[in-house]
Design a protein around this ligand. Sequence first.
Ligand code: URA
Length: 425
Amino acid sequence: MRAVDLIQKKRDGQALNKDEIEWLIKGYVNGSIPDYQMSAFAMAVYFKGMTAEETSHLTMAMVVSGKTVDLTSISGVKVDKHSTGGVGDKVTLILVPLIASFGVPVAKMSGRGLGHTGGTLDKLEAIKGYQIERSQEEFVQQVQDLGLAVIGQSDQLVKADKLLYALRDVTATVDAIPLIASSIMSKKIAAGADCILLDVTVGDGAFMKTLKEAEELSQTMVSLGKEVGRHTVAVITDMSQPLGQAIGNRLEVLEALQIMQGKGRHDITDFICRLAQLLLKLAGQKRSLAEIKKHLTDGQALQKFEKMVVYQGGDLKDLYRPSKAKFVTKIFADEDGYIKELPALAFGLFAMRLGAGRAVKTDFLDYETGIVFYKKVGDPIQKGDLLAEIYANEKLSENLLTEFKKNVKIDKEEMKVTEILKIIT
Ligand code: URA
């Protein structure tokens, strides 16, 4: 086989067979196919797409490009979740201990944030001492002992994705549905859980900008999961505004703690309960929302979370410490009405500039900085009300403050907010 022939075949809109796709992925991982040919192939996929069969072959070729995690020694139905990325997305910090509080083991490998999107690992590392690197044996042992673990993804898992994702990132080929679906599902399949909840975000702060695209991605991923016998469900969720109140690593940990103490905003609390209900159902437990809310707010989820933090080396005292940011600037509303827009992308990028996120992979993070919103889309607001607090380690310029305020849109009309837009099973 020659790579050039396979690139040409895809460029001309033909489907590749299993052997051809396997050969391509193997060759790319062992270095016999160079970046320039793989880039051309990715671009051909971007324009011509892939059939369901091709996407399935690609996903499985990626799964076997590295090690896979064997969770069979853990008793019970093991679950995992994945978000396609967002701003202020602290769901994993809350959902994982909540699910574990029902006796369902959660074995989760998470990633870091890049650009305007945050990553769970960065949030956990905002807790002094928390170790995200664990061997496979330690990971399995922890889930056996505690019922939950959130660690960093091993370098040995899905080697093809590491190479391919870095290549896509610099060749404008990230946002192709077959490539996103195979990238995410190869990692989920390799991570070994029996049930997978996919949170597919849609809106200006997400990869998927329209509901139609999000549906296509969801359907593709759910089919890939089911093909290999994993119970998979996708939830399409709104990412037109940041999730919850906080953006920024330490601030998001604090918000997660508040939610697990029953002191969080009702909308994000209810949203997480609904996700938990779906995931528990996948794992064979039928629970009412009232029951789930009780576990979330009466300390049962919090107890699991604290146990996980301690097990992974985290300092419990540091966990509850407020942000050490030097400057906390309060932003007040200039007019009456309802919050109409808090664009997730703009505020994600704003928080990134404060140091809460990375523009490039090698950037250092400032765990203490970020934004806390006291009003969200749909909330009534009056002139002089506290809208948000900005946590920074440098004094904010007038220009930055003006930019912040310009992004908040207030309107006279009341508006409705829906967090879960669709469920794909
Ligand atoms: N997240 C992934 O893991 N892969 C993609 O391709 C896009 C988002």
